[in-house]
Design a binder for this molecule. Sequence first.
Ligand SMILES: [Zn+2]
Length: 364
Amino acid sequence: MARPWAMLGAILALGSPLAAAAQAPAPLPADVFARQTVAVTDRVHLIYKPAVTDPPFEGNVVVIEQSQGLVVVDAGGAPVSGRNVVAEIRRISAKPVRWLIYTHYHGDHNLGAGAFRAAWPKVRILSTAATRANMTGPPMDYVKTYARSYGDMAAYAATQAKDEHLPQGLRDGWARTAAAGPGMVAGYSDMRVYPADQTFTDRVSIPDRAAPVEVMFLGRGNTDGDAVVWAPKQKVLASGDLVVAPIPYAAHTYPGEWVDTLKRLEAIDFAYLVPGHGPVETDRTYVDKLIAALGDVRAQVGPLAKADVPLDEVRKRIDLKPLRRAFAGDDPWLGFLFGAVFSGDLVSNAYKEARGEAVIQGKG
Ligand SMILES: [Zn+2]
């Protein structure tokens, strides 16, 4: 997750005054990006940002302790976030980070990598070739305007928080967003992209007696180059944003291939699934729910798209209420996120897919 908020800022903040964001006391950047650590199993830790459904959205970081060093999955989504993650890693182990693996190119998973370079100069960064191509190309251009976009969004959030026509739960979500705004704007300044040093297309092994690691590309889904990281001895699988909970993320997804990729993911013998965002899962219930949701939307959108019904009309004709309830319950903020980061984009992408049109990373 990450890009939709930049886009939301651009879409929603038309003419809203930046000064409106100043109503709440500004938290320090380090506060809004603060991390906590929890042990998943022996040798595997999750470093997460609490309040996963409030901005700033920050990808999970997984630390796997091998005999001679650490393998880390993702790096935090801003320089200050990377520094927080590095501090948490040092509390887990004195061993150096030897490998940093990016699950995909979205900045909330890799813009903290500079702190890793500073702390462990010999660290090797690994990603799929597709992720490296995205990080060195136009899909990552949004980083340049990230801070401004979040500033605009925070200003818009402050106005929404005061809107008495909105349900209280939604206003509360906007108020939290507005309050985090100054910290995000500060945190998202001076950002630099660190593309991988080494790439792969199918599979890479990082052997170790106690905690071997397999890095795999299972197929397109969340992006065109998602890596999953598997620790077979500990039975822990890190999925990146192929799985995001409690609200999935669908910006530049390939709905049909995503289903196939999730089925391959489910076939791995994991006991613990660490999603790209959200708490550790210990069964396949949520992935099953996600697969069913993708199938539902494809089944509703596909025939209309093939019959040349315009996309706007398709949106009116399909019924997403049961899905919204299944993921968001009665929570107005989660319901808003469901539309903003999942169903809106999923419908567009299913529409393109049914019509044989390409989904292009970073576009549309
Ligand atoms: Zn993410």
